[in-house]
Each structure stands twice: as structure tokens, then as C-alpha cells.
Design a protein around this ligand. Structure first.
Ligand code: EPZ
Length: 419
């Protein structure tokens, strides 16, 4: 398994190109199952998760042509409506093939999903929405077996709490359903709006995406379209936090500050300057070190759970005490003991981590536990004195495109050790 070796203590200066958003790309790729016409996606990041989903789509019969960051998908005919355990278990986003297969073919058998080990992560809300649209669903030996012999119909679905995945899944199924679907208490993440834009480019009628009530008027068929995936707000935030931890100044090319939600003002409060510049966002740290700030993770536009780990890495050397409350996932503090190995002072009590800023971190061998936790260790390693060796880098390869190259170009001493 590859490792990352980092010699910390150097400020970051330069430009980092921000890739297309993983969590948007994975959903718009699934939209290719909804039509027998080609779908062209641009700004698609080259990530292990994207490759994994491509294998699943190919298995359903989708033709794939991936050149640079342009991905052409053509679901001319669906050759299989079954998504096997081996292809679904590693990544939760794969589960979203269920709705489109059901909408187009009237049946599907999809393994229950896996993904990062950050909590129980059930799919009850996904199934609730599909059932409301007329699907008959059974669970059998780890598989969801769904049928809609008369097709799906529009429905009013009220989610008891906000779920990004369930909102997207319901949208993907409803675009071909008969009649109107109304999704209440829907997620408002930028990736939802991006999916709606892609579906509408294909001829769907989705309105009010980005608000908590989304309306979808079903259409008989979808057409060929081209769509550019929006920039990755989590990658943007992670590099902003890296510069907060090391000092320096980065221009994040292609980034959009409006996608950062509450993270923007939190970083400003901590002592970063973030400004829109031509073609991106410029971030720099004012003074040394940053100031401790409390956060609570929330659905968009609140502070994103996907930046919580990276923010903790910024807070470990901040001036003061920061309280970090995680409300979305119940097991998302696995980076805390690893950061402590580097000298951080963190105590976790249930949903809240209390981080008492220390003067400096010392490099150490640490283990990446999940995608965003791994990035928090990279940030800590960049700021620490001496060498940090991060084990299990495959987590990072799932979600951060060309990480070492992007950081090394800005002065970081970071190297992949292949084993
Ligand atoms: C998406 O996961 C993202 N993944 C996650 O990013 C992100 O952390 C999360 O949204 C929240 O923003 C992808 O887009 C591929 P949810 P998702 O449904 O859709 C519970 C990363 O690091 N829930 O909004 O799975 C669930 O357990 C990943 O890139 C149910 O109880 O998140 C969680 O506690 C990690 N039943 C909460 O809702 C359901 O049917 C929110 O989850 C669905 C969800």
C-alpha cells in the first residue's frame, strides 16, 4: 500500500487548480443510465471513486470514453439491471443506480452500499422516496430488489431530515416518472443544483433545486446533453485550510467562493483572507497562528461535515480552544487520535471534540482512516516539524486528484512512497 512522506514546516505559495467535484461527478455520471442518448461530462476528476463507478456503469451496458477530464457516457441499451456487491460495497454513491434503472427498465437488483466508515449510513430515506413513487421493494441477502412494472409515478415526499444522497436519488428517479414529484426538506447542497442543471440539460423538468422544496415534472424521455461538473468545494476548502495551517498564499484556480457556505466566514474569523480573483479564489493567512473558532457541522449552507476533519487539523495549532460539533455522522472523529500522535491536544466527548491549540506539531507515522480524515493528516503533516508518514493513502486517491503534485508545485515537500 502506498504511503505519503511529508516534511513539514514550509509555507505554501502558488497556484492550485481545483478539480471537478467528486460528489457531483458521481451523481451526474449515474444520469447516463436514464437515456439511450450520449451524455458528455466535462471537468470530471480522475479519481479512484470515479473509476469504480465507471466499472459499474459499464457493467450495466454504458459505453465509456474518458479522455483528459472529458467523459462520454452512452447508455444505448441496458444490458444488466443488477448491481453486484463487489462493485457497490466500496462506494455508497453506486447505490444511486437503483432509481434510474427502475425508472428506465422497471426493475433493478442493487447491493446495499458501503463507503467510508464514518457511521451507520442507512438507505431508508432512498427507499422511502422510491416506494412513494410506486416501486415495490424487497430486501434479500444484502440486496435491494425493486420493481415498478407499471412505471414510476410522481409523489410528494417529505424527508424527516436532510439527506444529500436520498434527495439526489429521488431526483434521478422522478425525472422519468409519470406526473409531478415534490421533494420537501430536500438537501440544498451545490451538488444538488449541479445535478438538476445536468438533468435539465438532458430535457428534464426540475425546478427550485437549491431550495428545500424541489419540484420535478416527469418527462417521457431524456436526450443527449453536455454538462460541466462544478468545482470541488471540499477540495477548495481543504487547500484553504492547508494555507491556514502552514502560512503563505494560494490561488485556487477555478474555485468558487460562493460554494463554501459557512466555511468561508469561519475561515475569515480564524484569520484567513479569502478573495475572489479572476478565474478563482485567493487565500492567505494573516498573522501567525490562526485564531480558534467553534463550529457545528450542518447541511448546506452550514459548515460541511466533509471539511470538519481538515478544520480540526487547522485548529490544533490555533490560538485558543475550539469546539467542533459533528451532527451529520456519528463516527467522524477518527482523525483525532491520529492528530494527537503528532502532538495535538484533542478530547472527544460524544458529538463534540475540544481542541486546545498547541504551539507546534511534530511529524509522526499516522494512519489514514477515511477520505477527509486523510486530508486532515496531510494538512497537519504540512504544518508539523519533521517527517510525517501517512499510511493507507488509497483513501486520498478516492477523492483528491493529483494531491502530491498540486502541493509540491506550491513548495510542499511531499512524496508518494510506493510499496
Ligand atoms: C453525501 O453522502 C456525500 N457523499 C458525503 O461525502 C457527505 O459527507 C454527505 O453527503 C453529507 O454532506 C457523496 O455525495 C457520494 P446523507 P450521503 O444522505 O448522501 C443519514 C465524502 O467524504 N441517512 O446526506 O450518504 C446518514 O447516515 C463523503 O466525500 C439515513 O439515516 O449523506 C447521515 O447520518 C462522505 N438514511 C445523514 O443521514 C438515509 O436513507 C446524512 O447523510 C440516508 C441518510
Amino acid at each position: 500500500m502506498d504511503k505519503l512522506a511529508i516534511i513539514g514546516g514550509r509555507p505554501l505559495y502558488g497556484e492550485i487548480p481545483i478539480s471537478g467535484a467528486k460528489n457531483s461527478a458521481l451523481k451526474v455520471m449515474v444520469a447516463s443510465l436514464l437515456t439511450d442518448k450520449p451524455l458528455t461530462l466535462t471537468n470530471v476528476p480522475r479519481l479512484a471513486d470515479v473509476e469504480m463507478l465507471l466499472r459499474l456503469l459499464e457493467q450495466h451496458g454504458v459505453e465509456v470514453d474518458f479522455e483528459g477530464s472529458t467523459l462520454k457516457l452512452h447508455g444505448r441499451t441496458i444490458t444488466s439491471t443488477e448491481a453486484p456487491y463487489d462493485l457497490v460495497r466500496k462506494m455508497r454513491a453506486s447505490f444511486n443506480v437503483l432509481g434510474p434503472l427502475l425508472a428506465r427498465e422497471g426493475k433493478a437488483k442493487v447491493s446495499l452500499p458501503g463507503g467510508c466508515a464514518i457511521g451507520a449510513r442507512p438507505v431508508d430515506l432512498h427507499l422511502k422516496a422510491l416506494t412513494a413513487m410506486g416501486a415495490a421493494i424487497e430486501l434479500d441477502e444484502g440486496y435491494v430488489i425493486a420493481e415498478a412494472p407499471k412505471g414510476l409515478h410522481g409523489a410528494e415526499v417529505t424527508f424527516p431530515f436532510v439527506s444529500v444522497g436520498a434527495t439526489e436519488h429521488a431526483m434521478l428517479a422522478a425525472v422519468l416518472a409519470d406526473g409531478e414529484t415534490v421533494l420537501k426538506n430536500a438537501a440544498r447542497e451545490p451538488e444538488i443544483t449541479d445535478l438538476a442543471e445536468c438533468l435539465n440539460a438532458m430535457g428534464a423538468k426540475v425546478s427550485d433545486a437549491g431550495t428545500s422544496t424541489i419540484k420535478i415534472e416527469g418527462v417521457a424521455q431524456l436526450n443527449t446533453a453536455q454538462h460541466a461538473v462544478l468545482p470541488d468545494r471540499i477540495e477548495t476548502g481543504a487547500y484553504a485550510m492547508a494555507v491556514g495551517a502552514t502560512g503563505g498564499e494560494l490561488t485556487l484556480k477555478g474555485a468558487r467562493s460562493d460554494l463554501l457556505g459557512a466555511a468561508w466566514s469561519v475561515l475569515e474569523e480564524a484569520g484567513l483572507t479569502i478573495e475572489d480573483v479572476d478565474g478563482g479564489v485567493r487565500v492567505k493567512r494573516n498573522g501567525n497562528p490562526v485564531k480558534a473558532v467553534d463550529i457545528v457541522t450542518q447541511p448546506f449552507p452550514g459548515f460541511p461535515t466533509d471539511l470538519q476533519a481538515q478544520f480540526m487539523a487547522l485548529m490544533v495549532t490555533a490560538n485558543g480552544v475550539s469546539r467542533i460539533k459533528e451532527t451529520i455522522f456519528e463516527n467522524r472523529f477518527m482523525h483525532a487520535p491520529e492528530l494527537s500522535r503528532m502532538g495535538a491536544n484533542i478530547s472527544v466527548d460524544g458529538q463534540t471534540a475540544t481542541v486546545r491549540g498547541v504551539k507546534r506539531l511534530k511529524g509522526a507515522p499516522v494512519m489514514a482512516t477515511d477520505l477527509r480524515a486523510s486530508m486532515s493528516l496531510v494538512i497537519a503533516g504540512l504544518a508539523a516539524e519533521g517527517q510525517t508518514m501517512i499510511n493507507r493513502v488509497y483513501h486520498l486517491d478516492r477523492g483528491f486528484e493529483r494531491l502530491e503534485e498540486k502541493l509540491a508545485n506550491c513548495g510542499a515537500l511531499i512524496e508518494r512512497v510506493r510499496e
